[in-house]
Design a protein around this ligand. Structure first.
Ligand code: MLT
Length: 346
């Protein structure tokens, strides 16, 4: 049977060759192909450099998160570990950076669980639409045992560690027309990240879904190749989408955290003490990041309105939710169980 992630293989840049190669790589701090330049594995002596990449601009909250984790890790490891930050997809799209985690060309990538859908259908626990009714419901899941269980399962299934929980806010639609109803969405071309569930979601809603790497989105909007995109408000505010989009519909169709993604073998290559430093730093940044998002969501909206964007409430949300219900019939049993547990917390 073709799974959703297999059917999207051409869209995501993941290839079987990549996975095979990764399986053979030596991924150790100081181990050449693996985690960090230098040597020693973190026990003292020469430094290890962790290459951190993200797809946001240098004013995006991801950059602040990167700078904070760099400071914490370098200070607490007494300089045994250094962190090198690369913003703006300069190391490649996030799809490529995540492949780089396995290859050892990147060591930390800031991304959401959706970025793992090319590796496991369990990522459907994030990409399945309309799971949350409020921020409180989201925190109830991700600050609790269920969130920890989901992260542990994803790590076991894929080999990627998901460190820290950096709350991003709900995803909303931006477009160049007023979309208050499902009717107004029909036929618009909407960019999604390269995940099959999100492509399916927007097709079911009646849009033409176009999966595209994030670093191509601004120019595709500018040239009119696509009509809209969907992301949390900070992404629109800090990546100047207000220059190429006139409206934002508060669809709130998906909620997510960012995490510091690391290849498990890379992290395991550090001493116990240094692994703890990295994990604790990620958790601490997660708390700061989340507090900042909660405190700033209104401000992000004000910024976008100040730049001329018009905010639109969804008038027929029940119809949107109804249209995407077939997505839930396709989910693996484990994800269906999680979805029920998440909904029970509404
Ligand atoms: C995007 O590509 O739209 C996002 O930045 C990916 C994500 O939400 O993780």
């Amino acid at each position: 049977m073709i799974t959703r992630r297999q059917s999207l293989t051409g869209m995501a840049t993941l290839g079987a060759a990549t996975l095979g190669l990764a399986g053979c790589s030596s991924l150790r701090p100081g181990g050449g192909a693996g985690g960090g330049s230098g040597s020693d594995g973190g026990g003292g002596g020469r430094s290890n450099t962790l290459v951190l990449g993200h797809a946001g601009s240098e004013t995006d909250p991801r950059q602040k998160g990167s700078e904070q984790i760099k400071e914490l890790i370098e200070e607490r490891s007494d300089g045994r570990i250094t962190v090198e930050i690369h913003a703006n997809s300069t190391l490649g799209s996030w799809e490529q950076m995540i492949e780089g985690l396995q290859l050892g060309t990147t060591h930390i990538v800031i991304e959401s669980i959706l970025a793992l859908e090319a590796y496991t259908d369990l990522a459907g626990v994030e990409t399945a639409p309309f799971l949350y009714e409020s921020d409180e419901q989201f925190f109830g899941v991700w600050d609790g045992e269920l969130g920890a269980e989901i992260k542990a399962s994803l790590t076991e299934e894929t080999g990627f560690e998901l460190l820290g929980n950096m709350f991003r806010g709900a995803r909303n639609l931006t477009v160049n027309s007023e979309v208050a109803t499902l009717d107004a969405l029909q036929g618009l071309t909407i960019r999604t990240p390269s995940t099959q569930t999100m492509v399916d979601t927007w097709q079911m809603l009646g849009a033409r879904a176009e999966a595209m790497p994030w670093d191509e989105v601004y120019s595709a909007l500018e040239q009119g190749v696509i009509d809209g995109q969907e992301n949390p408000l900070d992404t629109a505010a800090f990546n100047a989408l207000y220059e190429v989009q006139t409206h934002c519909t508060l669809t709130q169709h998906m909620y997510a955290n960012y995490h510091f993604l690391m290849w498990g073998d890379t992290l395991a290559g550090f001493s116990e003490e240094d692994q703890q430093i990295i994990r604790e730093a990620a958790d601490e940044v997660g708390r700061t990041y989340t507090e900042r998002t909660v405190a700033s969501l209104e401000e992000y909206r004000t910024t976008l309105e100040g730049e001329g964007m018009v905010f639109v409430e969804l008038e027929d949300r029940e119809q949107w939710v109804e249209k995407v219900s077939p997505i839930f019939e396709e989910l693996p049993d484990q994800v269906t169980t999680w979805v029920e547990q998440i909904r029970a917390q509404a």
